[in-house]
Ligand binder design. Structure first.
Ligand SMILES: C[S@@+](CC[C@H](N)C(=O)[O-])C[C@H]1O[C@@H](n2cnc3c(N)ncnc32)[C@H](O)[C@@H]1O
Length: 273
């Protein structure tokens, strides 16, 4: 089997659809297609059986953060970089405006499908702009900056979820520098990454071996970041840190047979400019 980085977005939607109660994403099922179960089964067998439920916890964490933020802000612009088939806008209140950014393969397909789902009343009407751009390039960042400048009076929150693993350290630095320039004091940045200690674990080795075999991409950086990377991030304060396992424990949603050695625990960071 071969997959492209943008195909991973379908897989995450598949995971979220498997446990709507936990993910609180009732729309993930709109992106299902027959090949995804097969891929998820293979991933569970070769890498880790727990990734599905962990992605539900991830969605739950950021949805609740965004719900809290939107309840205090009547002019909120959510900018989701590498948005994939994330469906936050359709669960969040109507007043939230969203810009979703991804490669053209996803952004254009999603835009077309959302138009159809909205007309069929499968999703509520929301103000969502689908922007095709590579977030790591100067041109992509420039186009985005121009687009975002058309929302001058909104409080902004940037979400980068499930993306850093696929970027090099210098690409991550470039994306974060772009965010730093774009955000004003008090705006928020939400990030996700694997933490450095995981890098030497057998389950991470299985993950990188598997992706090296199936992922069609020029570079496979498989980047992990340390907690201190976020603590020391220039111009940002780290407000909160959590992880898939922590959220799972909170909701008593971790499987009884969970062996922590098999867990690809992702860390979640809430930062304030
Ligand atoms: C694992 S998926 C995560 C999707 C979504 N954030 C979620 O959590 O459901 C990674 C997404 O990032 C996108 N992506 C990766 N690198 C990107 C880049 N350089 N520019 C824009 N999108 C990118 C992929 O196309 C894919 O949709």
């Amino acid at each position: 089997m071969e997959i492209f980085v943008h195909d991973t977005a379908f897989m995450i939607a598949y995971y979220r659809a498997q446990n709507e109660l936990m993910s609180r994403d009732p729309f993930a099922k709109l992106w299902l297609r027959p090949t995804l179960k097969n891929w998820a089964d293979q991933f569970a067998e070769h890498v880790s059986p727990h990734d599905g439920i962990l992605h539900c916890f991830r969605n739950r964490f950021f949805l609740e953060e965004l719900e809290e933020l939107s309840s205090n802000q009547n002019r909120l612009l959510l900018i989701n970089l590498g948005a994939g088939f994330s469906m936050y806008p359709y669960v969040l209140p109507e007043h939230v405006k969203t810009i979703e950014v991804d490669f053209p393969e996803i952004a254009e397909y999603k835009q077309e499908k959302i138009k159809k789902f909205t007309a069929e009343k499968k999703v509520p009407t929301r103000s969502v702009l689908h922007k095709a751009a590579n977030i790591t390039t100067k041109e992509g960042q420039q186009e985005l900056a121009e687009l975002i400048a058309t929302y001058p009076n909104s409080k902004k929150a940037i979400l980068i979820e499930g993306v850093f693993f696929f970027l090099t350290l210098s690409q991550i630095a470039s994306v974060l520098s772009f965010c730093r320039n774009l955000l004003k004091e008090g705006d928020l940045l939400f990030c996700v990454s694997y933490e450095t200690p995981l890098e030497t674990s057998p389950v991470f080795d299985k993950l990188t071996t598997y992706f090296s075999e199936v992922l069609k991409s020029e570079e496979n950086p498989f980047t992990v970041l340390s907690n201190s990377y976020y603590e020391e991030l220039d111009s940002f304060d780290l407000l909160k840190k959590s992880s898939s396992v922590e959220v799972g424990e909170h909701f008593q949603g971790l499987p009884n047979d969970l062996n922590k050695q098999d867990v690809l625990n992702e860390f979640f960071y809430v930062l304030k400019k």
